[in-house]
Design a protein around this ligand. Sequence first.
Ligand SMILES: Cc1cc2nc3c(=O)[nH]c(=O)nc-3n(C[C@H](O)[C@H](O)[C@H](O)COP(=O)(O)OP(=O)(O)OC[C@H]3O[C@@H](n4cnc5c(N)ncnc54)[C@H](O)[C@@H]3O)c2cc1C
Length: 397
Amino acid sequence: MAEIMVIGGGIAGTAAALGLHKAGFDVTVHEAHPDSGADGGAFLSLASNGMRALAELDAAAAVAELGFPLATMRVLDEAGAQLADVPLGEHDQVLTSYRCLRRAELAECLRRLVRDRGIPIRHGARLVGLTEGPSGVTATFADGSSATAELAVGADGLNSAVRGQLDPGAPGPEYAGQRVFYGYTADAPAPSEECADRITMVRGSGAAFGYAYSPAGEAYWFARVPGPPASAAELAGTGPAQWREQLLPLLRPDRTPTADIVAATTDRLMVTNAQHLPAGGNWRGTRTVLVGDAAHAASPATGQGASMALEDAVVLAKALRDALPDADARPAALERYERLRRPRAEQNMETSAKLTASRTTTTAAPRDSAHPAPRVDDGLLRLLDWHTPLPEDGPEA
Ligand SMILES: Cc1cc2nc3c(=O)[nH]c(=O)nc-3n(C[C@H](O)[C@H](O)[C@H](O)COP(=O)(O)OP(=O)(O)OC[C@H]3O[C@@H](n4cnc5c(N)ncnc54)[C@H](O)[C@@H]3O)c2cc1C
């Protein structure tokens, strides 16, 4: 059986492992983190296209048990006036509706599915070198170990070491112009409006803000604040109370619930710098291919990074499945994967960058950016459907 090593056991890597295993490959995942992985505690919204991809990997039911569903998105301006209230994706479908969940929970659930299907995950394996040869690709790890396989999948995120090995001169991630604050609180004032299954986006005067209430009444929120990046020392040395006091003055002038939610948040509050990759980077070698953030990390504004990673996993697995009996066809399969995925992934990078730029001033964003979520159209459904062959040329309209 052909062997594939996946570098990185986050969302993209575990999903790729599930897809490649389903396609009939012998897969091993090499993950840098020594145990199941630490996460700053951020949450994300997984869109219907991401849930569709999980369904094709037989993983949607397990993920649908995490977090809570989101059926609608409401948009408010700084005065609290409602600009839009729109249904989200496949809101009437249990397995493919949007979900709000913690990133660490999602990754851990996918790792459990990987282990349950008998796919080995080697923890504490941090890739430091990669060499492609005529009969295989060899990875070397920081602990001095090495592994060889027929193909390598680089799923090692924004600061990908695999990308650095493929293209040492490639530009790395850039600051996207916003700090992102995250928090959770069970003590926010009870919402005055209907909040079940709904995410509310606020175009505030000083920050773009989003919040959703879990069925247990816990508020999950984020704020994207334009300005210079937080330094490494600031990120390491600033506590939740100090971050809260930085954020509150930006929210208090608005007539929205945002300041009350943040004021009620005590210890579970964290900050990160939004980053993205420049588009147009190299995704492939002869035996190596990138997926997820390693290939096309977008700033977080569209909330599509994880869903794009899951789409990558399905398309890569289908492309290689169709080339399974013929080792000589593998480079063409990698090329096909890239041809089918790059336009959509780079479109998301561009949309997210524009949306981020529109928030880097305090000017209200145009109304047509209220609903950036890509549609799950027929072309995407066919692309993801496990039983439908991939199109020969570029993505379908
Ligand atoms: C602030 C913020 C908000 C976001 N909100 C959303 C959202 O609402 N919806 C959404 O869909 N997406 C969101 N995203 C994006 C989403 O989190 C990412 O797109 C997604 O996590 C990408 O998954 P990945 O597996 O490619 O990378 P990662 O999740 O970063 O996983 C990479 C894995 O590789 C491992 N690794 C790293 N280096 C090595 C190495 N050298 N060797 C071996 N292993 C290595 C890491 O330990 C990690 O486990 C957000 C991102 C941010 C930063």
